[in-house]
Design a protein around this ligand. Structure first.
Ligand code: A2P
Length: 287
């Protein structure tokens, strides 16, 4: 993101050898269905100087099948930076990973299950903060249009970004678009918080992949919804100040290309050129 002034941030203040011991303040389900559970976990990690958009590492206790300590897993922070007055404490959005492997065995993700099972008062070992790039610009450069794209728990940093833009920054008037993809409506995360903003400059659109279909019968993903919103998005794509941020599943990158090219085609402009320009203003964290 050339020409964008990002804040100076601390990184790796806490490492595996000297982790921050953070107490659990809250662990509440955001989604709890037979096959899907997503938790909002709040930890007291005030000693760490982190900023929204950064991540923290979690060290699950115990050892792996080789007898070595478990690897650190990174989670995006879902709350405002720790130095922001009145901010909620460090929050994480964690999906419990349970699936059947090729042999039919049930596999439980080590870190996600550890986190989702935490009780109030438990202590978690954290590393970090991590990340210098997936950040909003400094306050003097923050007044820009934004397009945020999330799938599933990739919503975490955007919850924090929106809190900064709409609760902390004074008089933020630029357009902000949030595209959020989940399977079903009851899996939307922080939905009522986003709807509570009721700002004219906030445009919140969801793609419900198993509930909504494209005209050809395929699952509706956020890039399809973006292409449908060509009239609203086109001015932002053309505006060199607009910044794009994407967080979630790996496949999202090609979806971004699809959406930009689809919008360019509708508007009769060169798709490759528009895509190049938008990609130079895109920050992405996919996994
Ligand atoms: P689906 O699983 O119906 O194919 P998850 O909660 O598993 O992280 O998924 C979040 C949402 O992202 C789901 O609705 C999922 O759809 C959707 N999704 C899957 N692949 C892509 C992709 N390549 N681009 C955008 N969204 C995707």
């Amino acid at each position: 993101m050339e020409g964008v002034v990002l804040p100076e941030v601390e990184v790796n203040t806490y490492r595996k050898a000297n982790p921050l011991l953070a107490r659990v303040i809250l662990n509440k389900p955001l989604v709890k269905k037979e096959d899907t559970e997503v938790c909002h976990i709040v930890l007291d990690a005030d000693a760490m100087n982190y900023r929204e958009g950064q991540s923290v590492g979690v060290i699950p206790p115990g050892v792996n099948e080789k007898g070595n300590p478990h690897a650190v897993r990174l989670y995006s922070i879902a709350s405002l930076g720790s130095r922001t007055p009145g901010a909620e404490k460090l929050s994480l959005t964690v999906k419990r990973v349970v699936y059947q492997n090729d042999k039919g065995e049930v596999v439980r993700g080590v870190c996600s299950n550890y986190l989702c099972d935490l009780k109030e008062g438990d202590v978690v070992s954290l590393t970090g903060p991590a990340g210098r790039k997936f950040l909003l610009p400094v306050d003097e450069d923050i007044h820009r249009p934004y397009v945020f794209m999330a799938t599933g728990t990739g919503i975490a940093p955007f919850r924090a970004f929106l809190q900064r833009l709409f609760r902390v920054v004074k008089d933020f008037r630029e357009p902000v678009f949030l595209f959020m993809g989940v399977r079903y409506e009851d899996e939307l995360l922080y939905d009522s918080e986003f709807r509570s903003y009721q700002k004219e400059n906030f445009h919140y659109y969801t793609a419900l992949s198993r509930q909504q279909k494209n005209p050809d019968g395929s699952r509706k993903y956020i890039h399809h919804v973006m292409a449908e919103k060509a009239d609203e998005l086109f001015p932002l794509l053309q505006n060199p100040r607009t910044l794009f941020y994407m967080c979630g599943l790996k496949g999202m990158e090609s979806g971004f290309d699809y959406a930009i090219k689809a919008i360019a085609a509708q508007k009769g402009v060169d798709g490759e050129e528009l895509l190049k320009s938008c990609q130079s203003r895109l920050e992405s964290e996919t996994y």
